[in-house]
Ligand binder design. Structure first.
Ligand code: CDP
Length: 225
């Protein structure tokens, strides 16, 4: 029987989790699951429905009424439509941490995340993967970098994607989301006790990927699929 493995990558906004997670999944032939994209898609659903993301009650009213999934190309979809570019826009980035602080929405999306991960080897990135969603993950990484470095990365990423922002706006958004994400009452952002912390401030993407693959090898996670 082939054994399935799971790698959880958590950390604050724009710490490079998704880029790294995607590359690791490719190298190990695991499925990549971007949980942040799911919270972003829900946020877009709230905005498109003309509801107020700052209202828990209004936002909760969409649970079960909108559908969020990944298509064959692993792009995030909202009600069947590919919204992977759209969810990176500022209106979503500025509201997603409110949506992610509502327990009902989290329980709903965590349920979906666990279903998607079932019977597969996965690399899942987010804020609460090692502490809650995949509590028994075979490897838990907690990726950090200074807020300035993260804002620099996000600013560059936005420029490449044609999203208009300034460095200051990126830094402001990152600081605000860090605060909300780590202070919410249900599943706040914090490292799991058994996670390995990697400070990526002065590391290239390749260095981070190599470091994680090395630990995965040591733990025998590359012998599955
Ligand atoms: O790409 P970036 O690091 O900026 O953010 P993301 O991973 O796309 O996540 C967007 C937001 O969703 C975060 O700021 C959190 O508020 C929320 N989130 C969460 O609460 N739990 C997760 N597992 C993933 C994301």
């Amino acid at each position: 029987m082939v054994k399935n493995f799971s790698i959880a990558i958590d950390g604050p906004s724009a710490s490079g989790k998704s880029t790294v997670a995607k590359l690791i999944a490719k190298k190990l032939n695991f499925t990549y699951i971007d949980t942040g994209a799911m919270y972003r898609a829900f946020t877009l659903g709230v905005i498109e429905a003309g509801l107020d993301p700052k209202s828990e009650e209004e936002s909760n009213s969409l649970i079960g009424k909108i559908s969020i999934s990944f298509d064959e190309e692993n792009h995030i979809t909202l009600n069947g439509k590919d919204v992977s570019q759209r969810v990176r826009e500022n209106d979503v980035a500025n509201n997603v941490s409110y949506i992610a602080s509502y327990k009902g929405i989290r329980l709903h999306l965590v349920d979906l995340q666990r279903k998607i991960a079932k019977n597969k080897s996965v690399v899942m990135d987010g804020r609460d993967i090692g502490t809650y969603v995949l509590e028994d993950a075979d490897l838990k990484i907690y990726q950090v970098a200074t807020a300035e470095e993260r804002a620099k990365r996000r600013y560059k990423e936005n420029l490449e994607k044609g999203i208009e922002t300034s460095f200051e706006a990126c830094l402001d958004n990152i600081n605000k989301r860090d605060y909300i994400d780590s202070h919410r009452s249900f599943c706040p952002l914090h490292p799991a006790n058994d996670s390995v912390e990697i400070n990526t401030t002065d590391m290239t993407i390749e260095e981070v990927v190599d470091a994680i693959i090395e630990i995965a090898k040591q733990r025998g996670l590359t012998n599955g699929k």
